[in-house]
Design a protein around this ligand. Sequence first.
Ligand code: SF4
Ligand code: SF4
Ligand code: SF4
Length: 588
Amino acid sequence: MTQVHLKINNMNVTAEAGDTILQAAQKAGIHIPTLCYLKDINKSGACRVCLVEVKKARSLLSACTTPVSEGQEVFTNSERAIEGRRNTVELIMSNHNKNCLSCKRNQNCELQRLCEELGIRDNHFEGEHTASTIDDFSNGIVRDTSKCVLCGRCIETCKKVQGLGILGFENRGFRTIVAPVYNRSFADVDCMQCGQCINACPVGALTEKESLSDVINALNDPNKTVVVQTAPAVRAALGEEFGMPIGTPVTGKMAAALRRCGFDRVYDTNFGADLTIMEEGTELLSRIKNSGVLPMFTSCSPGWIKYIEYEYPDLLPHLSTSKSPHMMFGAIVKSYWAKKKGIDPKDIYVVSIMPCIAKKSEIVIPENKTQDYADVDKVLTTRECARLIKMFGIDFEELPDEEFDPDLLGDYTGAAVIFGTTGGVMEAALRTVKQTLDGKKLEKVDFQACRGMEGVKEAEIDLNGTKIWIAIASSMTATKPLLEDVRAGKSKYTFIEIMGCPGGCINGGGQPIIPSRIKNGKIGYGYKEMRMKALYSEDERQEIRVSSDNPQIQQLYKEYLQEPGSEIAEELLHTSYTAHKRFNIFDK
Ligand code: SF4
Ligand code: SF4
Ligand code: SF4
C-alpha cells in the first residue's frame, strides 16, 4: 500500500493512499468530531460537523470525504475550523426539539456530546421549526422527526445491512424529513423491525416503543405472578448501560437485579433455547430421513421471519416450524409450570428481556398464540431493562451475583448460552444432533467453523457417516445470495442458520447503543466480538454443554411433552407462517 505523508496539527502523520483525513487522524489518535459519519455505512459529508482547515484550500473541508495527499497540512482545531463546526451544530440545534430531560437518548446522544465538546451555550439561530411527525403505530419503533438531524445513517443502514430501503428523505428543503415512503408508519411498510436503524441513529429520533409502564403495573398487581426470562445475549451487554466495560458478563447481577425489581420468578430463556434445540433438531433429522424440504432454515429470529414472509414467501416451507426460545418458554410457563405450581395461567404475566425489537411484534402474531392467552405478555429490550433497574434505584454494579430460580425451568446448558451470537444456534443444534446420531457422548463439543463474525460461514459436517453442508448468515444482505441459490434450486446446504441482525442477537436492535466514540478515543468497533466472547466463556464454564443432556428438559418431556414433535409439543412449541404481499408504493 502506498504511504502518504502529511501533517495534522503540525504533527507528522503517515497514512495510506485512499485514506480520508478522518481515517488518518483517527489512526494518529487525533479526534475530529463527526455526526453523519458511520464507519462502513455512511460517509456523505452532509452534516459538515467534521470540518477541518487544509492549507491552501479556499473553504473548510469535511474530513470524512476528503482524501489525504502528500505534503497536505491539516488543522483540526484552528479557530476557523472550530467556528465552522460550531455554526454547523448551532444550525442543527436551531431546528431541533431540545427536550433532553425526557429524551430516551439523554446522556447517550451524539448531538448532546457535540454541544458539550464545542461549548455551545446559546442558540444564535433559533427560529421556525419543521412540522414534526411522531409515528408510534408499529409494535417496536417510534419515529420522532422533531429530533432528527437528517444525517441519513438510518437510511444507509437499512440499505446496506438489510438490503431494504424502508427509509428515505421525504419532501424538500426546510420540509425534509426521514420516513418510510409517503411518510407512512413503520406499521404500514415491509420493515422487519430489526431496530438496526435505531442503533445507527445518533440521537433520539428513532427509539424502541417502551413497555415499561405495563410491566410496572403487572409488578404492582397482587393478583399476578410475574415471571421474567432473559435472553442469552442480554447478559453480554446489560452492564454497558451501567458504565461497565463492553463484553462484561453480568448474568449473576442481572438475576439479582430482576429479583429486586419484584419479579416473582427469575428464569433464563436458555431453558427455552435447549427446548428449541430438541424440537428443531428432531425436525431436521425427520426432514433428512423423510426427504422433507431442505435446506431447513432456523426460525429464532423474528426479524428474519418477517423478512422471508414478505421477500421470499415461496421459501416459507424451508423454515423450521419451531417457535423461538422465549415463545417456547412462555408456552411452557403457562401450561406445564402453571399446572405444577397450581396457578391459573390467566394470573401469570410473562415478561421477556430481549436484545431484540422484533420480539415485540412476535408476541402478538396470531400464529404464535396456541392457548387462550398470550404465551408472553410483554417484551422489554436490554435498554428498557436497564431503565427499569435504574428506576427502582438498584445499584447494579454493587449487586452480588445470584442464580436464576432453580425449580423446574432453571437448568440450562452451554449450548443454550451461545444462541446469543451468530453461529450459536447452529453449533447448539449440531451438538445435540451429532450426539443423538452417534449414540454416544460427544467428546468435542466445540464446532469452531460456526464461530466468528463473518456475514456467511459454511462447513461440511459428518453426522455418523452422513456428510452435510451447513451455512450460517446474519443480516439480510449476507443472507440474500443464499436464498437466491435455494430459490434457483442450486443450494448445497442441508441446514442454514439465519439471524436478522449482523452478528446475531448480541448486536440486536434492543441492545445498548455504542457511542460512535468511546472513552479511550477509539471508535467503538470490535464490540460485537467482545460481547461474543462473554457468551463463549459462559458456555465453557457450564458443566453440561449439550441441550439434550439438560436434566430438566428430560424431565419436561417425561412428565408432560412425551417426546420432541409429539402432538402436545406441536401444539405448544410450533407455529406456522403467512406469506405477505410486498408493500407497493401505489398501494395508498
Ligand atoms: S436527541 Fe439528544 S439533543 Fe435531542 S432532545 Fe434527545 S438527548 Fe437532547
Ligand atoms: S427496523 Fe430494520 S428493516 Fe426496519 S427500517 Fe430499520 S433497519 Fe430497516
Ligand atoms: S432518524 Fe436518526 S439516523 Fe435517521 S436521519 Fe434522522 S437522526 Fe439520522
